[in-house]
Design a protein around this ligand. Structure first.
Ligand code: UDP
Ligand code: MG
Length: 314
């Protein structure tokens, strides 16, 4: 029997990229023998004509399915929705801007067919075409998270990957609200093969990630996949406590020996400022975790569907 390949495509304001992506990806999918395909476009609250473009394509090709969100819920929610509605034996997640080269699909499929691997993922080995400052912070981020998280997050890894059904189902079983797909892909385990490729610039439209949005995203991912910042806060507390004991003894002895000349106000102010700064920082860190815990307990749905052409799974 033919194997079914599902492609999950999150789209946010991508009216120009959608038709180009569709044409390219269908070409690549048709070149894989003995397979059938479905493409699931998830419009993540797009404000342009993305939904219209997707519906137009869907009306001409019965392989094309769509899920349209009631507002922008973020790429992570869109990926979750697409994976949930996918029915393929093999399922891929792909950006619509063709930064995930469709020609890799055939290679990925062949590797999965051999049987050993459960997932074939793509990894950018260059970042050319990207603003240097963004690349610099990205590199720092990957170094940091690989140190403080037990879940491995590979530098340059993309969400682009082809996975066997079992792995997709495992990912769907992770229902946390604060989702970080790259972390979850790695956390569920299984054998992953990495394919390396050179960075490709997007075909149309602009990146949906501002520097600030990426920064918040990285903070979110650290909180989702590491509790090290909490431990660091305690360590800083212990070190400062030890330091203050030493200082107290020092001042005590000095006063006994030399008397008490009333000086040292500026240094006192500096110390108070430093310590209250550190305290606020630590409270901020705790607050970050508390806020995520609060959001998780609400058990809100990850997304709301406004329109679709498939029967949604329960
Ligand atoms: N995207 C989305 N929701 C968002 C932001 C982005 O579904 O809130 C989609 C976007 O349409 C694209 C993919 O996620 O298909 C990657 O976005 P983008 O190319 O802007 O990110 P970059 O490649 O610059 O990191
Ligand atoms: Mg992109």
């Amino acid at each position: 029997m033919d194997k079914l390949i599902s492609i999950v495509v999150p789209c946010y304001n991508e009216e120009q990229a959608i038709p180009i992506f569709y044409a390219e990806v269908v070409k690549s999918l048709r070149s894989i023998p003995n397979t059938d395909y479905e493409i699931i476009f998830v419009s993540d609250g797009s404000r342009d004509n993305s939904a219209k473009e997707i519906k137009k394509i869907a009306s001409e090709d019965k392989h094309v399915k769509y899920v349209i969100f009631s507002r922008n819920f973020g790429k992570e929610a869109a990926i979750f929705a697409g994976l949930k509605e996918s029915r393929g034996d093999y399922t891929a997640v792909m950006d619509v801007d063709l930064q995930d080269p469709p020609y890799l699909l055939k290679q990925m499929y062949d590797i999965l067919e051999e049987g050993y691997y459960d997932c074939v993922a793509a990894r950018r080995v260059t970042r050319k075409g990207e603003p240097p400052i963004r690349s610099f912070f990205a590199r720092c981020y990957y170094k940091l998270i690989s140190k403080i998280s037990e879940t491995e997050i590979v530098d340059g890894c993309r969400d682009f990957r082809l996975m066997k059904r079992q792995m997709v189902d495992s990912i769907l079983s992770v229902t946390e609200f604060n989702r970080f797909a790259k972390g979850i892909f790695s956390w569920v385990g299984f054998e992953t093969k990495w394919l390396e490729y050179e960075n490709v610039e997007r075909v149309a439209g602009t990146s949906k990630w501002s520097f600030w949005k990426l920064f918040l995203y990285s903070i979110n991912s650290i909180i989702a996949f590491s509790t090290a910042p909490l431990a660091i806060a305690s360590v800083v507390g212990v070190v400062l406590f030890a330091l203050s004991i030493i200082m107290i003894i020092f001042i005590f002895v000095r006063t006994l020996v030399f008397g008490d000349p009333t000086s040292g106000w500026p240094s006192l102010v500096c110390i108070i400022l430093l310590l209250s700064g550190i305290q606020l920082l630590c409270m901020g860190i705790m607050g970050g975790y508390l806020a995520r815990a609060y959001m998780e307990t609400k058990k809100r749905p990850l997304y709301i569907v406004k329109e679709t052409n498939i029967e949604l799974k329960k």
